[in-house]
Design a protein around this ligand. Structure first.
Ligand code: UTP
Length: 235
């Protein structure tokens, strides 16, 4: 049996600074992943990005129901997924799986599967970890707009250092240190939220966090070059 890889592409990478859809970026990403010859399974999870947050903030004006806000985030992540499916064409499964049951059917077709959120109360990172656990993925790649995990918030501290390796316990310590009240609000789940951490801890998944703002690193990784990049998190 070949390898299985799960990739989460953060919503921030799908939109330009002016909040318009970055079609060139989507095309570039899809061209990189199009060839999955060496892989048994390839599943990509799309985030919601600025558009999801815009919808969530608008819905908050009408309701205090965070779960309802989450459903808007989920819908947008699925719409973003459909953009990638359109770009990939025949090499991808044509539908966005909306549950683990639908995913298990999609897996039978040996195509690239693109999906978004599943249920309220979590982030697309949680989905990526749940899916990686289900398909027993060899690796889970999280593409985001920062270089990896730092010992301190790099936006606040100039002396923050990128952490190239972390084990699950070290990651937990960092998340708990950094957890504020907004952690569990719709649209506010950080790169790593507590739901993601709990699922990760019971799995044995190796997670690679890398910057997808420029896809060269990711391209090299996908084409088999094992470079030390971003943050590698393992048990
Ligand atoms: P994310 O916050 O995971 O997308 O999902 P993102 O924009 O890629 O986030 P970054 O780039 O990692 O920061 C968008 C929103 O959709 C809802 C949540 O409200 C989430 O903040 N969502 C997503 C769910 O409620 N459940 C899911 O399974 C996934």
């Amino acid at each position: 049996m070949g390898k299985a890889i799960v990739i989460k592409i953060g919503g921030s990478l799908l939109f330009k600074d002016n909040n318009r859809i970055d079609s060139d970026k989507i095309l570039e990403f899809c061209n990189i992943i199009k060839n999955k010859d060496k892989l048994n399974n390839l599943i990509v999870i799309c985030g919601g990005g600025i558009i999801a947050r815009d919808y969530i903030n608008a819905v908050r004006n009408f309701t205090t129901n965070e779960a309802l806000c989450d459903t808007f985030g989920i819908d947008i992540s699925r719409l973003n997924s459909r953009l990638l499916i359109s770009s990939l064409g025949d090499v991808s499964y044509p539908q966005v799986p909306k549950s683990m049951e639908e995913l298990s059917i999609a897996l039978l077709f040996n195509k690239i599967i693109i999906m978004g959120g599943l249920q309220p109360g979590q982030s697309t990172t949680s989905v990526a970890i749940e899916v990686a656990e289900l398909v027993k993925a060899d690796e889970l790649v999280i593409l985001t707009n920062v270089d990896g995990i730092y010992d301190k918030d790099p936006k606040k501290s100039k002396d923050a250092n990128l952490l190239p390796h972390l084990n699950y316990a070290q990651l937990e310590e960092l998340i708990l240190k950094d957890t504020g009240n907004k952690q569990a609000a719709a649209g506010e789940y950080r790169i790593f939220d507590l739901v993601s951490l709990q699922i990760l801890k019971r799995s044995n998944i190796t997670l690679l966090l890398m910057n997808g703002s420029n896809l060269t690193q990711f391209k090299n990784y996908y084409n088999g070059q094992r470079l030390t990049i971003g943050t590698r998190i393992s048990k």
